[in-house]
Write a protein that binds this ligand. Sequence first.
Ligand SMILES: [Zn+2]
Length: 232
Amino acid sequence: MTHNTVDRRTLLRATGLVAGGLLLDAGAAHGLTPSSAPATSPPSPDEAWAKLREGNRRWASGTAIRPHQDLARRAGTAQNQEPYAVVVSCIDSRVPPEIVFDTGIGDLLSVRSAAQTIDPLVSGAIEYGPAELDTPLIVVLGHQRCGAVAAAAHALHEDTRLPGDLHHIVEALRPAYRRASGNTDKMIRINTADVVAKLKADKLFVPRIARKQLKIVGCYYSLDTGQVTRVV
Ligand SMILES: [Zn+2]
């Protein structure tokens, strides 16, 4: 993202050109596609959340339809993307967002890190959705039996330092550890709520939330049932 991009978008807003919901796709925002690309109204935050809930219901009940995974969808999104949600989830191999929400190509921006912890690089990736693509929803997704949370809890309990950059993950989880009273599942939920709180305070998100253009929710995924439930 360049200053030029920000300035251009700010100017467009100021002149009301995007007030009607004109969606600037990634190409348009970077001057790669004509500005005459068809305007599309993004779904509301609640509509986006309803789509994800319905997709997860299908996944959990064994009736997934695996939408948007054919050649037509690939061709239809090759020049443009309009994802309706950013999912911030763990790197865990059992929690791929596109599968647990039964979505496909072009539906989600997936941002993944250990125990969905965030730092400036991760926050920047999350900001890209709402700020550049008008994505209306951010879902922070913790999950049952999170190995990263369990390892961090163990390291903090034993007061040991994990090697390499792993200790950064431990430090990111220290606030949740302090409030979880030794309960790892509680720590997973507290950490998810903490990440939601941090994102709600993000300077780029505060005005969007106030205008009801953006919603940020925290959820918990059960490895046992496949169900996603709201934490905050
Ligand atoms: Zn995990």
